[in-house]
Design a protein around this ligand. Structure first.
Ligand code: G6P
Length: 609
Protein backbone atom coordinates (compact mmCIF):
# COMPACT_ATOMS: atom_id res chain seq x y z
CA UNK A 1 0.00 0.00 0.00
CA UNK A 2 1.44 3.42 0.84
CA UNK A 3 5.04 3.78 1.96
CA UNK A 4 6.76 6.04 4.50
CA UNK A 5 10.41 6.99 4.86
CA UNK A 6 11.92 9.43 7.35
CA UNK A 7 15.48 10.56 8.05
CA UNK A 8 17.36 12.50 10.73
CA UNK A 9 21.15 12.47 10.48
CA UNK A 10 24.16 13.92 8.75
CA UNK A 11 23.83 12.32 5.30
CA UNK A 12 22.11 14.21 2.49
CA UNK A 13 18.48 14.00 3.63
CA UNK A 14 16.99 14.42 0.16
CA UNK A 15 19.07 11.59 -1.29
CA UNK A 16 18.33 9.19 1.59
CA UNK A 17 14.60 9.88 1.28
CA UNK A 18 14.47 9.50 -2.51
CA UNK A 19 16.49 6.26 -2.34
CA UNK A 20 14.14 4.99 0.37
CA UNK A 21 11.09 5.80 -1.74
CA UNK A 22 12.61 3.94 -4.69
CA UNK A 23 13.03 0.89 -2.45
CA UNK A 24 9.29 1.04 -1.74
CA UNK A 25 8.25 1.29 -5.38
CA UNK A 26 7.46 -2.43 -5.56
CA UNK A 27 4.44 -1.83 -3.30
CA UNK A 28 2.67 0.10 -6.02
CA UNK A 29 1.72 3.76 -5.69
CA UNK A 30 0.23 6.55 -7.71
CA UNK A 31 1.92 9.67 -6.33
CA UNK A 32 4.78 10.67 -4.05
CA UNK A 33 6.02 13.55 -1.96
CA UNK A 34 8.79 14.76 0.28
CA UNK A 35 9.08 17.32 3.13
CA UNK A 36 12.46 18.50 4.33
CA UNK A 37 13.24 20.91 7.14
CA UNK A 38 16.25 22.70 8.57
CA UNK A 39 16.52 24.67 11.84
CA UNK A 40 15.24 28.22 11.39
CA UNK A 41 13.89 27.58 7.88
CA UNK A 42 10.52 26.87 6.30
CA UNK A 43 9.81 23.22 5.56
CA UNK A 44 10.04 22.51 1.83
CA UNK A 45 7.24 20.30 0.56
CA UNK A 46 7.27 18.90 -2.98
CA UNK A 47 4.75 16.39 -4.32
CA UNK A 48 3.95 14.91 -7.67
CA UNK A 49 1.60 12.48 -9.36
CA UNK A 50 3.22 9.41 -10.90
CA UNK A 51 6.58 7.79 -10.39
CA UNK A 52 9.47 8.76 -8.10
CA UNK A 53 11.27 9.86 -11.26
CA UNK A 54 8.52 12.48 -11.73
CA UNK A 55 9.05 13.66 -8.13
CA UNK A 56 12.81 13.88 -8.67
CA UNK A 57 12.13 15.90 -11.81
CA UNK A 58 9.76 18.22 -9.92
CA UNK A 59 12.51 18.77 -7.34
CA UNK A 60 14.98 19.45 -10.17
CA UNK A 61 17.80 21.69 -9.09
CA UNK A 62 15.91 23.29 -6.20
CA UNK A 63 17.95 23.67 -3.04
CA UNK A 64 15.79 21.62 -0.73
CA UNK A 65 18.25 19.67 1.32
CA UNK A 66 17.97 19.99 5.10
CA UNK A 67 18.57 18.22 8.40
CA UNK A 68 15.39 16.21 8.80
CA UNK A 69 12.64 14.99 6.55
CA UNK A 70 9.85 12.61 5.69
CA UNK A 71 8.65 11.16 2.40
CA UNK A 72 5.72 9.11 1.17
CA UNK A 73 4.42 7.04 -1.71
CA UNK A 74 0.63 7.18 -1.85
CA UNK A 75 -1.81 4.55 -3.01
CA UNK A 76 -5.07 6.47 -3.15
CA UNK A 77 -7.91 5.48 -0.83
CA UNK A 78 -9.82 8.67 0.01
CA UNK A 79 -9.69 11.20 -2.80
CA UNK A 80 -8.39 10.88 -6.36
CA UNK A 81 -4.84 10.70 -7.60
CA UNK A 82 -3.83 14.36 -7.52
CA UNK A 83 -0.85 16.37 -6.34
CA UNK A 84 -3.01 18.00 -3.64
CA UNK A 85 -4.03 14.60 -2.24
CA UNK A 86 -0.44 13.29 -2.20
CA UNK A 87 1.43 13.24 1.14
CA UNK A 88 3.09 14.74 3.15
CA UNK A 89 0.11 16.79 4.30
CA UNK A 90 0.36 20.01 6.27
CA UNK A 91 -1.66 22.23 8.58
CA UNK A 92 -2.90 25.78 7.92
CA UNK A 93 0.36 27.43 9.02
CA UNK A 94 2.63 25.03 7.12
CA UNK A 95 4.29 24.24 10.44
CA UNK A 96 3.33 20.58 10.71
CA UNK A 97 3.95 18.05 7.93
CA UNK A 98 3.08 14.39 8.07
CA UNK A 99 3.08 11.15 6.11
CA UNK A 100 0.38 8.63 6.98
CA UNK A 101 -0.43 5.04 6.06
CA UNK A 102 -3.84 3.68 7.03
CA UNK A 103 -7.35 5.04 7.22
CA UNK A 104 -8.79 7.60 9.65
CA UNK A 105 -12.27 6.21 10.15
CA UNK A 106 -13.80 9.19 11.93
CA UNK A 107 -12.27 11.79 9.60
CA UNK A 108 -15.64 13.16 8.50
CA UNK A 109 -16.62 14.14 12.06
CA UNK A 110 -13.15 15.49 12.83
CA UNK A 111 -13.05 17.47 9.61
CA UNK A 112 -16.46 19.04 10.23
CA UNK A 113 -15.40 20.13 13.71
CA UNK A 114 -12.05 21.51 12.52
CA UNK A 115 -13.80 23.41 9.72
CA UNK A 116 -16.11 24.97 12.30
CA UNK A 117 -13.04 25.98 14.29
CA UNK A 118 -11.69 27.80 11.24
CA UNK A 119 -9.19 25.33 9.77
CA UNK A 120 -8.86 25.50 5.99
CA UNK A 121 -8.66 22.21 4.10
CA UNK A 122 -7.07 21.83 0.68
CA UNK A 123 -7.34 18.08 -0.08
CA UNK A 124 -9.99 15.33 -0.17
CA UNK A 125 -7.96 12.99 2.03
CA UNK A 126 -8.72 11.54 5.44
CA UNK A 127 -5.06 12.22 6.36
CA UNK A 128 -5.26 15.99 6.19
CA UNK A 129 -7.42 16.08 9.35
CA UNK A 130 -4.44 14.72 11.29
CA UNK A 131 -2.28 17.71 10.33
CA UNK A 132 -4.97 20.18 11.45
CA UNK A 133 -5.71 18.23 14.60
CA UNK A 134 -2.04 18.26 15.59
CA UNK A 135 -1.91 21.98 14.74
CA UNK A 136 -4.81 22.55 17.16
CA UNK A 137 -2.83 21.05 20.06
CA UNK A 138 0.63 22.35 19.11
CA UNK A 139 2.28 24.77 21.50
CA UNK A 140 5.96 24.17 20.85
CA UNK A 141 6.29 20.45 21.64
CA UNK A 142 5.44 18.15 18.74
CA UNK A 143 5.08 14.83 20.59
CA UNK A 144 2.60 16.27 23.07
CA UNK A 145 0.47 17.65 20.23
CA UNK A 146 0.61 14.32 18.34
CA UNK A 147 -0.46 12.38 21.45
CA UNK A 148 -3.37 14.76 22.17
CA UNK A 149 -4.53 14.51 18.55
CA UNK A 150 -4.28 10.73 18.33
CA UNK A 151 -6.46 10.34 21.41
CA UNK A 152 -9.33 11.67 19.27
CA UNK A 153 -8.61 9.51 16.25
CA UNK A 154 -10.32 6.24 15.32
CA UNK A 155 -8.66 4.17 12.66
CA UNK A 156 -5.34 2.82 11.55
CA UNK A 157 -2.12 4.71 11.18
CA UNK A 158 1.58 4.43 10.66
CA UNK A 159 2.55 8.05 11.05
CA UNK A 160 5.68 10.22 10.74
CA UNK A 161 5.38 13.90 11.70
CA UNK A 162 7.77 16.85 11.61
CA UNK A 163 7.34 20.51 12.60
CA UNK A 164 9.14 23.69 11.57
CA UNK A 165 8.71 25.07 15.11
CA UNK A 166 10.10 21.96 16.82
CA UNK A 167 12.91 21.17 14.37
CA UNK A 168 15.37 18.24 14.11
CA UNK A 169 12.76 15.88 15.42
CA UNK A 170 10.52 13.19 13.92
CA UNK A 171 7.53 11.89 15.87
CA UNK A 172 6.35 8.44 14.83
CA UNK A 173 3.16 6.64 15.89
CA UNK A 174 1.48 3.36 15.13
CA UNK A 175 -1.92 1.73 15.21
CA UNK A 176 -2.60 -1.28 12.95
CA UNK A 177 -0.27 -0.08 10.19
CA UNK A 178 3.37 -1.15 10.40
CA UNK A 179 6.18 1.29 11.09
CA UNK A 180 9.74 0.87 12.34
CA UNK A 181 12.70 2.96 13.39
CA UNK A 182 16.15 2.27 11.91
CA UNK A 183 18.93 2.86 14.44
CA UNK A 184 22.09 3.85 12.54
CA UNK A 185 25.34 5.45 13.72
CA UNK A 186 24.27 8.93 14.80
CA UNK A 187 21.44 8.74 12.32
CA UNK A 188 17.87 7.53 12.52
CA UNK A 189 15.49 6.35 9.87
CA UNK A 190 11.76 5.74 9.81
CA UNK A 191 10.07 3.31 7.46
CA UNK A 192 6.83 1.52 6.92
CA UNK A 193 8.79 -1.40 5.56
CA UNK A 194 12.39 -2.47 6.26
CA UNK A 195 13.37 -2.50 2.59
CA UNK A 196 13.47 1.31 2.61
CA UNK A 197 16.31 1.51 5.15
CA UNK A 198 18.40 -1.64 4.74
CA UNK A 199 21.08 0.29 2.82
CA UNK A 200 21.76 2.30 5.98
CA UNK A 201 21.19 -0.01 8.93
CA UNK A 202 19.93 -3.45 9.86
CA UNK A 203 19.21 -2.51 13.49
CA UNK A 204 15.56 -1.68 13.92
CA UNK A 205 12.88 -1.16 16.54
CA UNK A 206 9.33 -2.06 15.53
CA UNK A 207 6.58 0.02 17.11
CA UNK A 208 3.54 -1.79 18.51
CA UNK A 209 0.00 -0.42 18.40
CA UNK A 210 -0.43 2.62 20.64
CA UNK A 211 3.31 3.36 20.77
CA UNK A 212 5.11 6.60 19.92
CA UNK A 213 8.77 7.21 19.05
CA UNK A 214 10.33 10.63 19.43
CA UNK A 215 13.49 10.85 17.35
CA UNK A 216 16.05 13.60 17.94
CA UNK A 217 19.81 13.75 17.39
CA UNK A 218 20.22 12.74 21.05
CA UNK A 219 18.49 9.43 20.42
CA UNK A 220 15.04 7.86 20.33
CA UNK A 221 12.55 7.90 23.19
CA UNK A 222 9.66 5.49 23.16
CA UNK A 223 6.38 6.25 24.92
CA UNK A 224 2.75 5.31 24.61
CA UNK A 225 -0.41 7.37 24.23
CA UNK A 226 -0.57 7.68 28.04
CA UNK A 227 2.88 9.31 27.85
CA UNK A 228 4.57 6.50 29.80
CA UNK A 229 8.20 5.82 28.88
CA UNK A 230 8.86 2.43 27.28
CA UNK A 231 12.01 0.37 27.10
CA UNK A 232 12.17 -1.17 23.63
CA UNK A 233 14.67 -3.66 22.30
CA UNK A 234 16.49 -3.41 18.98
CA UNK A 235 16.25 -6.26 16.51
CA UNK A 236 18.84 -7.08 13.89
CA UNK A 237 17.35 -7.83 10.47
CA UNK A 238 18.92 -10.58 8.49
CA UNK A 239 16.97 -9.91 5.32
CA UNK A 240 18.32 -8.72 2.03
CA UNK A 241 16.36 -6.08 0.09
CA UNK A 242 14.36 -8.52 -2.01
CA UNK A 243 13.34 -10.58 1.04
CA UNK A 244 12.38 -7.42 2.87
CA UNK A 245 10.10 -6.30 0.03
CA UNK A 246 8.21 -9.51 0.48
CA UNK A 247 8.11 -9.01 4.26
CA UNK A 248 10.43 -11.99 4.66
CA UNK A 249 8.14 -14.30 2.64
CA UNK A 250 9.58 -16.10 -0.39
CA UNK A 251 6.80 -14.88 -2.71
CA UNK A 252 4.26 -12.06 -2.89
CA UNK A 253 1.44 -14.60 -3.15
CA UNK A 254 2.04 -16.09 0.29
CA UNK A 255 2.65 -12.61 1.74
CA UNK A 256 -0.71 -11.49 0.34
CA UNK A 257 -2.43 -14.62 1.66
CA UNK A 258 -1.09 -13.80 5.13
CA UNK A 259 -2.22 -10.17 4.84
CA UNK A 260 -5.86 -11.21 4.71
CA UNK A 261 -6.75 -10.67 8.39
CA UNK A 262 -5.56 -7.07 8.01
CA UNK A 263 -6.92 -6.50 4.53
CA UNK A 264 -10.41 -7.56 5.60
CA UNK A 265 -10.12 -5.21 8.57
CA UNK A 266 -9.30 -2.43 6.12
CA UNK A 267 -12.19 -3.31 3.80
CA UNK A 268 -14.56 -3.11 6.77
CA UNK A 269 -13.01 -0.03 8.42
CA UNK A 270 -15.47 2.78 8.94
CA UNK A 271 -18.20 0.94 7.03
CA UNK A 272 -19.68 -1.56 9.43
CA UNK A 273 -22.49 -0.30 11.67
CA UNK A 274 -22.94 -3.19 14.09
CA UNK A 275 -25.56 -1.52 16.29
CA UNK A 276 -27.65 -0.37 13.34
CA UNK A 277 -27.18 -3.73 11.55
CA UNK A 278 -26.16 -1.85 8.44
CA UNK A 279 -23.25 -0.66 6.34
CA UNK A 280 -22.14 2.88 5.60
CA UNK A 281 -21.00 2.91 1.98
CA UNK A 282 -20.05 6.49 1.13
CA UNK A 283 -19.20 5.61 -2.49
CA UNK A 284 -22.73 4.55 -3.41
CA UNK A 285 -24.66 7.17 -1.44
CA UNK A 286 -25.16 9.15 -4.66
CA UNK A 287 -27.27 6.34 -6.16
CA UNK A 288 -28.81 5.01 -2.94
CA UNK A 289 -32.30 6.15 -3.98
CA UNK A 290 -32.01 4.55 -7.43
CA UNK A 291 -30.83 1.32 -5.79
CA UNK A 292 -33.93 1.22 -3.63
CA UNK A 293 -35.98 0.91 -6.82
CA UNK A 294 -34.01 -1.73 -8.70
CA UNK A 295 -35.61 -5.12 -9.10
CA UNK A 296 -32.66 -6.87 -10.72
CA UNK A 297 -28.88 -6.73 -10.44
CA UNK A 298 -26.37 -8.01 -12.97
CA UNK A 299 -22.90 -8.70 -11.59
CA UNK A 300 -20.01 -9.01 -13.99
CA UNK A 301 -16.26 -9.54 -13.88
CA UNK A 302 -13.51 -11.92 -15.06
CA UNK A 303 -11.56 -14.73 -13.45
CA UNK A 304 -11.52 -14.58 -9.67
CA UNK A 305 -13.63 -11.41 -9.65
CA UNK A 306 -16.38 -13.24 -11.56
CA UNK A 307 -16.31 -16.06 -9.01
CA UNK A 308 -16.66 -13.53 -6.18
CA UNK A 309 -19.76 -12.33 -8.02
CA UNK A 310 -21.28 -15.83 -7.85
CA UNK A 311 -21.00 -15.82 -4.06
CA UNK A 312 -22.48 -12.31 -4.11
CA UNK A 313 -25.49 -13.60 -6.02
CA UNK A 314 -26.28 -16.10 -3.28
CA UNK A 315 -25.85 -13.50 -0.53
CA UNK A 316 -27.95 -10.84 -2.24
CA UNK A 317 -30.76 -13.18 -3.19
CA UNK A 318 -30.97 -14.78 0.24
CA UNK A 319 -30.67 -11.67 2.37
CA UNK A 320 -31.63 -8.70 0.21
CA UNK A 321 -34.26 -10.46 -1.91
CA UNK A 322 -32.94 -8.94 -5.14
CA UNK A 323 -32.86 -11.20 -8.22
CA UNK A 324 -29.22 -11.36 -9.32
CA UNK A 325 -27.55 -12.65 -12.45
CA UNK A 326 -23.81 -13.13 -12.66
CA UNK A 327 -22.20 -13.18 -16.04
CA UNK A 328 -18.62 -13.31 -17.25
CA UNK A 329 -17.84 -9.93 -18.74
CA UNK A 330 -16.40 -11.58 -21.84
CA UNK A 331 -19.81 -13.11 -22.52
CA UNK A 332 -21.99 -10.25 -21.37
CA UNK A 333 -20.36 -7.77 -23.73
CA UNK A 334 -21.30 -9.78 -26.83
CA UNK A 335 -24.83 -10.74 -25.81
CA UNK A 336 -28.05 -8.86 -25.86
CA UNK A 337 -29.21 -9.25 -22.28
CA UNK A 338 -32.69 -8.00 -21.50
CA UNK A 339 -32.12 -4.78 -19.66
CA UNK A 340 -34.81 -2.56 -18.27
CA UNK A 341 -34.59 0.62 -16.31
CA UNK A 342 -34.89 -1.17 -12.99
CA UNK A 343 -31.77 -3.26 -13.58
CA UNK A 344 -28.39 -2.14 -12.21
CA UNK A 345 -24.92 -3.38 -13.15
CA UNK A 346 -22.16 -4.16 -10.65
CA UNK A 347 -18.63 -4.60 -12.01
CA UNK A 348 -16.06 -6.38 -9.86
CA UNK A 349 -12.43 -5.82 -10.75
CA UNK A 350 -9.29 -5.75 -8.64
CA UNK A 351 -7.31 -3.73 -11.17
CA UNK A 352 -10.20 -1.68 -12.51
CA UNK A 353 -8.63 -2.05 -15.97
CA UNK A 354 -9.77 -5.45 -17.31
CA UNK A 355 -10.89 -4.74 -20.84
CA UNK A 356 -13.82 -7.19 -20.97
CA UNK A 357 -15.28 -5.81 -17.74
CA UNK A 358 -14.76 -2.28 -18.96
CA UNK A 359 -16.50 -2.89 -22.29
CA UNK A 360 -19.43 -4.62 -20.54
CA UNK A 361 -19.68 -1.56 -18.29
CA UNK A 362 -19.71 0.82 -21.26
CA UNK A 363 -22.45 -1.24 -22.95
CA UNK A 364 -24.61 -1.08 -19.83
CA UNK A 365 -24.02 2.65 -19.44
CA UNK A 366 -25.02 3.26 -23.02
CA UNK A 367 -28.29 1.48 -22.29
CA UNK A 368 -28.89 3.77 -19.32
CA UNK A 369 -28.32 1.33 -16.43
CA UNK A 370 -27.14 2.58 -13.05
CA UNK A 371 -23.61 1.20 -12.65
CA UNK A 372 -21.45 0.42 -9.63
CA UNK A 373 -17.95 -0.94 -9.15
CA UNK A 374 -16.13 -2.98 -6.54
CA UNK A 375 -12.58 -2.00 -7.41
CA UNK A 376 -9.26 -2.03 -5.60
CA UNK A 377 -7.19 0.41 -7.64
CA UNK A 378 -8.39 3.93 -6.90
CA UNK A 379 -8.76 6.13 -9.94
CA UNK A 380 -8.59 3.16 -12.36
CA UNK A 381 -10.75 3.28 -15.49
CA UNK A 382 -13.61 1.16 -14.13
CA UNK A 383 -13.57 3.16 -10.88
CA UNK A 384 -13.84 6.37 -12.88
CA UNK A 385 -16.43 5.22 -15.36
CA UNK A 386 -18.89 3.62 -12.92
CA UNK A 387 -21.49 5.94 -11.44
CA UNK A 388 -20.79 4.79 -7.90
CA UNK A 389 -18.56 2.27 -6.19
CA UNK A 390 -16.94 0.70 -3.19
CA UNK A 391 -13.17 0.44 -2.97
CA UNK A 392 -11.50 -2.61 -1.44
CA UNK A 393 -8.82 -0.64 0.44
CA UNK A 394 -6.44 -3.61 0.56
CA UNK A 395 -3.33 -2.13 -0.99
CA UNK A 396 -1.73 -3.41 -4.16
CA UNK A 397 -2.00 -7.07 -5.05
CA UNK A 398 1.26 -7.94 -6.78
CA UNK A 399 1.01 -11.68 -7.34
CA UNK A 400 -0.82 -12.61 -10.54
CA UNK A 401 -2.99 -15.16 -8.71
CA UNK A 402 -5.60 -13.13 -6.87
CA UNK A 403 -6.01 -13.96 -3.17
CA UNK A 404 -6.59 -11.03 -0.84
CA UNK A 405 -8.68 -9.29 -3.52
CA UNK A 406 -11.09 -12.27 -3.60
CA UNK A 407 -11.75 -12.33 0.16
CA UNK A 408 -12.08 -8.55 0.14
CA UNK A 409 -14.54 -8.67 -2.78
CA UNK A 410 -16.64 -11.15 -0.76
CA UNK A 411 -16.45 -8.84 2.25
CA UNK A 412 -17.60 -5.85 0.20
CA UNK A 413 -20.42 -7.91 -1.30
CA UNK A 414 -21.52 -8.79 2.26
CA UNK A 415 -21.54 -5.08 3.12
CA UNK A 416 -23.55 -4.38 -0.02
CA UNK A 417 -25.97 -7.16 0.96
CA UNK A 418 -26.42 -5.51 4.34
CA UNK A 419 -27.01 -2.12 2.76
CA UNK A 420 -29.44 -3.28 0.05
CA UNK A 421 -31.09 -5.76 2.41
CA UNK A 422 -31.77 -3.10 5.02
CA UNK A 423 -33.26 -0.88 2.28
CA UNK A 424 -35.68 -3.75 1.70
CA UNK A 425 -36.81 -6.72 3.75
CA UNK A 426 -33.92 -7.40 6.13
CA UNK A 427 -34.79 -6.99 9.80
CA UNK A 428 -32.64 -5.10 12.26
CA UNK A 429 -31.85 -8.33 14.11
CA UNK A 430 -30.65 -10.10 10.95
CA UNK A 431 -28.62 -7.03 9.98
CA UNK A 432 -27.01 -6.94 13.42
CA UNK A 433 -26.17 -10.64 13.24
CA UNK A 434 -24.45 -10.31 9.85
CA UNK A 435 -22.60 -7.17 10.98
CA UNK A 436 -21.42 -8.87 14.18
CA UNK A 437 -20.14 -11.90 12.30
CA UNK A 438 -18.39 -9.67 9.75
CA UNK A 439 -16.71 -7.80 12.57
CA UNK A 440 -15.36 -11.06 13.97
CA UNK A 441 -13.91 -12.23 10.62
CA UNK A 442 -10.32 -10.89 10.92
CA UNK A 443 -9.76 -12.95 14.09
CA UNK A 444 -11.22 -16.06 12.45
CA UNK A 445 -9.05 -15.55 9.37
CA UNK A 446 -6.03 -15.46 11.66
CA UNK A 447 -7.05 -18.87 13.02
CA UNK A 448 -7.22 -20.30 9.50
CA UNK A 449 -3.81 -18.85 8.64
CA UNK A 450 -2.29 -20.50 11.71
CA UNK A 451 -2.92 -23.86 10.05
CA UNK A 452 -0.53 -23.20 7.22
CA UNK A 453 1.94 -25.91 8.40
CA UNK A 454 -0.80 -28.60 8.21
CA UNK A 455 -1.90 -27.39 4.78
CA UNK A 456 1.71 -27.47 3.59
CA UNK A 457 1.89 -31.12 4.73
CA UNK A 458 -1.14 -31.89 2.55
CA UNK A 459 0.50 -30.11 -0.38
CA UNK A 460 3.61 -32.28 0.12
CA UNK A 461 1.41 -35.37 0.00
CA UNK A 462 -0.49 -34.37 -3.16
CA UNK A 463 1.63 -31.97 -5.24
CA UNK A 464 2.67 -34.69 -7.68
CA UNK A 465 -0.94 -35.45 -8.66
CA UNK A 466 -1.72 -34.53 -12.22
CA UNK A 467 -5.43 -34.02 -11.58
CA UNK A 468 -7.64 -32.55 -8.90
CA UNK A 469 -11.37 -32.17 -8.43
CA UNK A 470 -12.84 -29.47 -6.15
CA UNK A 471 -16.43 -29.81 -4.99
CA UNK A 472 -18.75 -27.65 -2.90
CA UNK A 473 -22.40 -26.73 -2.61
CA UNK A 474 -24.36 -23.49 -2.32
CA UNK A 475 -22.07 -20.73 -0.98
CA UNK A 476 -19.07 -23.00 -1.31
CA UNK A 477 -19.71 -24.06 -4.89
CA UNK A 478 -18.00 -20.89 -6.22
CA UNK A 479 -15.23 -21.56 -3.69
CA UNK A 480 -14.69 -24.97 -5.33
CA UNK A 481 -14.35 -23.16 -8.68
CA UNK A 482 -11.90 -20.68 -7.16
CA UNK A 483 -9.87 -23.48 -5.49
CA UNK A 484 -9.51 -25.20 -8.86
CA UNK A 485 -8.69 -21.93 -10.60
CA UNK A 486 -5.92 -21.15 -8.08
CA UNK A 487 -4.37 -24.58 -8.44
CA UNK A 488 -4.36 -24.61 -12.24
CA UNK A 489 -3.17 -20.99 -12.54
CA UNK A 490 0.06 -21.47 -10.62
CA UNK A 491 0.78 -25.22 -10.42
CA UNK A 492 -0.48 -26.10 -13.93
CA UNK A 493 -2.22 -29.15 -12.48
CA UNK A 494 -5.43 -30.14 -14.22
CA UNK A 495 -7.99 -28.94 -11.67
CA UNK A 496 -11.73 -28.82 -12.09
CA UNK A 497 -14.29 -27.18 -9.87
CA UNK A 498 -17.74 -28.64 -9.73
CA UNK A 499 -21.01 -28.24 -7.84
CA UNK A 500 -20.96 -31.33 -5.61
CA UNK A 501 -24.43 -32.38 -6.72
CA UNK A 502 -23.31 -32.37 -10.35
CA UNK A 503 -20.38 -34.74 -9.73
CA UNK A 504 -22.43 -37.79 -10.49
CA UNK A 505 -23.60 -36.31 -13.80
CA UNK A 506 -20.13 -36.49 -15.31
CA UNK A 507 -17.00 -35.64 -13.36
CA UNK A 508 -17.22 -38.74 -11.15
CA UNK A 509 -16.33 -40.80 -14.23
CA UNK A 510 -12.77 -39.47 -13.92
CA UNK A 511 -12.33 -40.55 -10.30
CA UNK A 512 -9.87 -43.28 -9.42
CA UNK A 513 -7.18 -43.68 -6.79
CA UNK A 514 -4.91 -41.16 -8.56
CA UNK A 515 -7.57 -38.47 -8.88
CA UNK A 516 -7.97 -36.74 -5.50
CA UNK A 517 -10.90 -34.47 -4.55
CA UNK A 518 -10.92 -31.39 -2.34
CA UNK A 519 -14.35 -31.21 -0.69
CA UNK A 520 -15.46 -27.97 0.94
CA UNK A 521 -17.89 -29.18 3.55
CA UNK A 522 -18.50 -26.76 6.42
CA UNK A 523 -21.41 -27.45 8.81
CA UNK A 524 -24.05 -25.52 6.93
CA UNK A 525 -27.50 -26.09 5.46
CA UNK A 526 -26.12 -28.47 2.79
CA UNK A 527 -23.70 -30.37 5.01
CA UNK A 528 -25.55 -33.73 4.91
CA UNK A 529 -25.73 -33.58 1.12
CA UNK A 530 -22.01 -32.87 0.94
CA UNK A 531 -21.25 -35.89 3.11
CA UNK A 532 -23.23 -38.08 0.69
CA UNK A 533 -21.28 -36.65 -2.27
CA UNK A 534 -18.01 -37.33 -0.47
CA UNK A 535 -19.08 -40.92 0.22
CA UNK A 536 -19.89 -41.41 -3.47
CA UNK A 537 -16.36 -40.39 -4.42
CA UNK A 538 -14.81 -42.54 -1.70
CA UNK A 539 -16.79 -45.53 -2.93
CA UNK A 540 -15.03 -45.12 -6.31
CA UNK A 541 -11.58 -45.25 -4.69
CA UNK A 542 -10.95 -41.48 -4.82
CA UNK A 543 -9.04 -39.88 -1.95
CA UNK A 544 -10.62 -36.91 -0.20
CA UNK A 545 -9.19 -33.76 1.34
CA UNK A 546 -11.84 -31.88 3.26
CA UNK A 547 -12.43 -28.42 4.65
CA UNK A 548 -14.73 -28.73 7.62
CA UNK A 549 -16.01 -26.74 10.57
CA UNK A 550 -14.03 -26.86 13.80
CA UNK A 551 -15.34 -29.68 15.99
CA UNK A 552 -16.81 -31.77 13.15
CA UNK A 553 -15.94 -35.33 14.19
CA UNK A 554 -18.06 -37.05 11.56
CA UNK A 555 -15.91 -35.92 8.65
CA UNK A 556 -12.74 -37.16 10.31
CA UNK A 557 -14.22 -40.66 10.13
CA UNK A 558 -14.37 -40.43 6.34
CA UNK A 559 -10.99 -38.83 5.73
CA UNK A 560 -7.90 -38.01 7.76
CA UNK A 561 -6.94 -35.12 5.51
CA UNK A 562 -9.12 -32.45 7.07
CA UNK A 563 -8.46 -28.73 7.47
CA UNK A 564 -10.72 -27.08 10.01
CA UNK A 565 -12.12 -23.58 9.76
CA UNK A 566 -13.92 -21.71 12.58
CA UNK A 567 -17.68 -21.43 12.61
CA UNK A 568 -19.26 -18.34 11.09
CA UNK A 569 -22.49 -17.40 9.34
CA UNK A 570 -23.14 -19.65 6.32
CA UNK A 571 -22.95 -16.75 3.85
CA UNK A 572 -19.52 -15.77 5.18
CA UNK A 573 -17.95 -19.26 5.12
CA UNK A 574 -16.38 -18.69 1.66
CA UNK A 575 -14.17 -15.96 3.16
CA UNK A 576 -12.67 -18.60 5.47
CA UNK A 577 -12.91 -21.76 3.36
CA UNK A 578 -11.04 -20.34 0.37
CA UNK A 579 -7.91 -19.54 2.39
CA UNK A 580 -6.71 -23.16 2.85
CA UNK A 581 -7.23 -23.64 -0.91
CA UNK A 582 -5.05 -20.60 -1.64
CA UNK A 583 -2.34 -21.90 0.70
CA UNK A 584 -2.59 -25.41 -0.79
CA UNK A 585 -2.25 -24.09 -4.36
CA UNK A 586 0.67 -21.91 -3.31
CA UNK A 587 2.62 -24.80 -1.77
CA UNK A 588 1.87 -27.19 -4.63
CA UNK A 589 3.23 -24.63 -7.12
CA UNK A 590 6.27 -23.85 -4.95
CA UNK A 591 7.01 -27.56 -4.46
CA UNK A 592 6.75 -28.11 -8.20
CA UNK A 593 9.35 -25.38 -8.57
CA UNK A 594 7.29 -22.88 -10.53
CA UNK A 595 7.49 -19.09 -10.52
CA UNK A 596 4.49 -18.65 -8.22
CA UNK A 597 4.08 -14.89 -8.60
CA UNK A 598 4.34 -14.88 -12.39
CA UNK A 599 2.70 -17.99 -13.82
CA UNK A 600 3.33 -18.73 -17.47
CA UNK A 601 0.88 -17.31 -20.02
CA UNK A 602 -1.03 -15.19 -17.47
CA UNK A 603 -1.10 -11.48 -16.74
CA UNK A 604 -2.15 -9.59 -13.62
CA UNK A 605 -4.35 -7.28 -15.54
CA UNK A 606 -5.70 -8.16 -18.99
CA UNK A 607 -6.09 -4.82 -20.71
CA UNK A 608 -5.92 -5.96 -24.31
CA UNK A 609 -8.49 -7.94 -26.23
C1 G6P B 1 -6.53 -11.80 -14.78
C2 G6P B 1 -5.84 -12.19 -13.47
C3 G6P B 1 -6.85 -12.80 -12.50
C4 G6P B 1 -8.01 -11.84 -12.28
C5 G6P B 1 -8.65 -11.42 -13.61
C6 G6P B 1 -9.61 -10.27 -13.41
O1 G6P B 1 -6.90 -12.95 -15.45
O2 G6P B 1 -4.79 -13.10 -13.73
O3 G6P B 1 -6.22 -13.07 -11.27
O4 G6P B 1 -8.96 -12.45 -11.47
O5 G6P B 1 -7.67 -10.97 -14.53
O6 G6P B 1 -8.88 -9.14 -13.02
P1 G6P B 1 -9.50 -7.89 -12.31
O7 G6P B 1 -8.35 -6.94 -12.13
O8 G6P B 1 -10.54 -7.34 -13.25
O9 G6P B 1 -10.09 -8.33 -11.03
Amino acid sequence: MCGIVGYLGSKKTLQVLLDGLRRLEYRGYDSAGISIGARGKEIKNIKSVGKIAALAQAIGNQEIDGDFGIAHTRWATHGGVTEKNAHPHHDCKKNIFLAHNGIIENYRELRAKLLEEGHKFYSETDTEVLAHLIEKFFSGNLENAVISALKLVKGSYGLAVIAKDDPEKIVVAKNSSPILIGMGNDEYLVASDASAILDHTKEVVYLNDGEIAVITLQGVEFTNLANQKLDKKKEVLEWNISEAQKGGYPHFMIKEIFEQADSIKNSLAGRLMVKEGNAKLGGIENIAEKLRDIDRLIITGCGTAYLAGLVGEFMLEEYAGIPVEVEMASELRYRKPVLDKNTALLCISQSGETIDTLVALREAKMKGLPTMGVVNVVGSTIARETEAGIYNHIGPEVSVASTKAFTSQLTILSLLTLFLGRQRQMSLVTGQRIAKELNALPKLIQKVLEQEPEIKKLAKKYYKSNNFLFIGRKYNYPVALEGALKLKEISYMNAQGCAAGETKHGPIAMIDKDFPTFAIAPKDSVYEKMISNIEEIKARGGSILAIATQGDKEIAKITKDVIYIPKTLEMLTPILSVIPLQIFAYHCAALRGYDVDKPRNLAKSVTVE
